[in-house]
Design a protein around this ligand. Structure first.
Ligand code: SAH
Length: 476
């Protein structure tokens, strides 16, 4: 059974339990943790249910309830223990669209009961889609130990001040920051220690102080999302995602990464997707400025590291000119992730003394001129060239390198989708790449590593596009 967790209101019509025995009593008792009254349909009541009836918490209705007794219930639990009768009740409930549970009979259920950790206003419900009640119980035991026994005092405190805070503090960052301060601070400690009036005094004071503070200006965080595998996010990046009111993200940022954002966050894609054009850079900058001025925490999420081929320079300048606070959170850049995955070093005391990060597409043009690079000097056999955005220009780059005197047999390794599930690697040589780049069948995003380190033994599967001796001779 695939299920979706929700919390059902029991404020109106009472839930219904059928059966008068012990099982029915257990279920009624559970429901009474939240419901004021539970209706029980039974011929007669066992001792526990009878006592609850005397206390006014259980109302006895006729055994064998029909359509009229079941319609409109928030939920029904059929617990007579008589299979035919439980099945009859379940069938009526299902036909009426009333959620029904029959203990230990999943085939008759339209909902399952979670394992529950109950702290008054705070409820944790644990489900395993019926796969493992034991696992659910273990989780429950763990949460019971971890969660403060007086957690409900915190929820009550927040509930009591909710409207006062909404009145005095604008929605969004200011309000969230206020509550975070409360939950991290002395008021929360007091509430958990059972000193509720002290806690209330502290919250009251904090509201006045926060309201007095000037209206907060938002800020922008340029956050590196890493190469796409969410495990390669930094802790700081995760915290930024959770704080964000709005996230402007690149396609390369990866969907698993966005899972760390708050549910209410506004997500704006600004990077290129297939067939569609990206939002122009000046529009992105204008949007960041506008949102930050409105008091929002803006996260500009970029693939890899924001400071590597990420146009961060322009953004930092524009934000600075607008007087908006900027923070930069590093990410793992694609080239380093590719090297890690291959387990080859980019520098090596014998064969590479420098790494140069190069773009295969230069600003304003499709083709790299590499005018600014001394390719001949880099071709001394002791340097590594790390090429980004070079899938469509790989052949051209290789030809430039050969023209500049690079060895035709110099190894090259390309990594597509580094760190992701669909990572692919291809090894070749500069000569081979120059002659027939299409043989690599490279797809974006990919980085290319040129240099002797690319010839070191790599971990994992590497496809080989071998250099042919004629090619090497042709360029020798
Ligand atoms: N700021 C990014 C680079 C942005 S430019 C970073 O630091 O990684 C976009 C280029 O990054 C792509 O064309 C590709 O060359 C590279 N890239 C990004 N993610 C990649 C990945 N998972 N695997 C291989 N290359 C990637």
């Amino acid at each position: 059974m695939r299920t979706f967790p929700i919390f059902v209101s029991v404020d109106r019509k009472p839930p219904l339990v059928t059966g008068g025995g012990e099982l029915a009593a257990i279920k009624a008792r559970l429901l009474l943790k939240r419901a004021e009254i539970v209706d029980v349909a039974a011929g007669e009541l066992g001792s526990e249910l009878a006592e609850l009836e005397r206390a006014g918490r259980v109302v006895l209705i006729a055994a064998r309830p029909g359509v009229d007794q079941i319609r409109g219930r928030p939920l029904v639990i059929a617990a007579t223990g008589d299979h035919a009768e439980d099945a009859r009740v379940a069938a009526i409930a299902r036909a009426l669209g009333v959620p029904v549970n029959v203990p230990d009979k999943p085939a008759l259920c339209s909902f399952v009961m979670p394992a529950i950790v109950d702290r008054g206003e705070v409820t944790v419900a644990i489900g395993t889609e019926g796969t493992s009640p034991v696992l659910a119980q273990r989780l429950r035991a763990w949460l019971e130990r971890e969660l403060h026994p007086r957690l409900d005092a915190l929820a009550r405190l927040a509930g009591d001040f909710r409207y006062a805070v909404a009145e005095k503090l604008p929605a969004g960052r200011a309000r969230r920051k206020f509550w975070e301060g409360v939950f991290d601070g002395a008021a929360s400690e007091a509430a958990l220690a059972g000193e509720e009036s002290e806690a209330r005094r502290l919250v009251g004071e904090a509201i006045e102080e926060a309201a007095k503070a000037e209206t907060v200006q938002g800020r922008v965080l340029l956050v590196g999302a890493g190469p796409g595998n969410p495990e390669l996010l930094t802790l700081k990046a995760v915290r930024a995602l959770k704080e964000a009111d709005v996230i402007l993200y690149d396609r390369l940022a990866g969907t698993g990464v966005l899972e760390h954002a708050r549910r209410e966050v506004e997500l704006i894609p600004v990077g290129k997707t297939k067939g569609e054009h990206s939002v122009p850079q000046d529009k992105i900058q204008a949007l960041m400025i506008e949102r930050a001025r409105a008091g929002q925490t803006v996260v500009r999420l970029k693939g890899g590291d924001p400071l590597v081929f990420g146009r961060a320079g322009e953004e930092i300048a524009a934000l600075g000119a607008a007087g908006i606070e900027v923070e930069i959170i590093s990410g793992i850049t694609a080239g380093l992730a590719a090297a890690a995955s291959l387990q080859i070093p980019l520098t090596h005391r014998d064969i590479s003394h420098s790494v140069t990060f190069v773009s295969g597409h230069e600003a304003g043009g499709d083709e790299p001129s590499f005018e600014h690079l001394d390719l001949a000097a880099l071709g001394n056999g002791e340097s590594t060239l790390l090429v980004y955005m070079g899938v469509s220009t790989a052949g051209l780059i290789a030809r430039r390198l050969l023209d500049a005197g690079w060895k035709p047999a110099c190894p090259v390794i390309a990594v597509e989708n580094a760190s992701r599930d669909n990572e692919r690697r291809v090894a070749t040589t500069v000569a081979e790449l120059a002659a027939a780049p299409e043989r690599l069948e490279l797809k974006s995003p990919a980085v290319l590593i040129f240099g002797e380190v690319a010839g070191l033994p790599a971990a994992g599967l590497v496809e080989d596009v071998l250099s042919s001796p004629e090619l090497s001779r042709a360029y020798a």
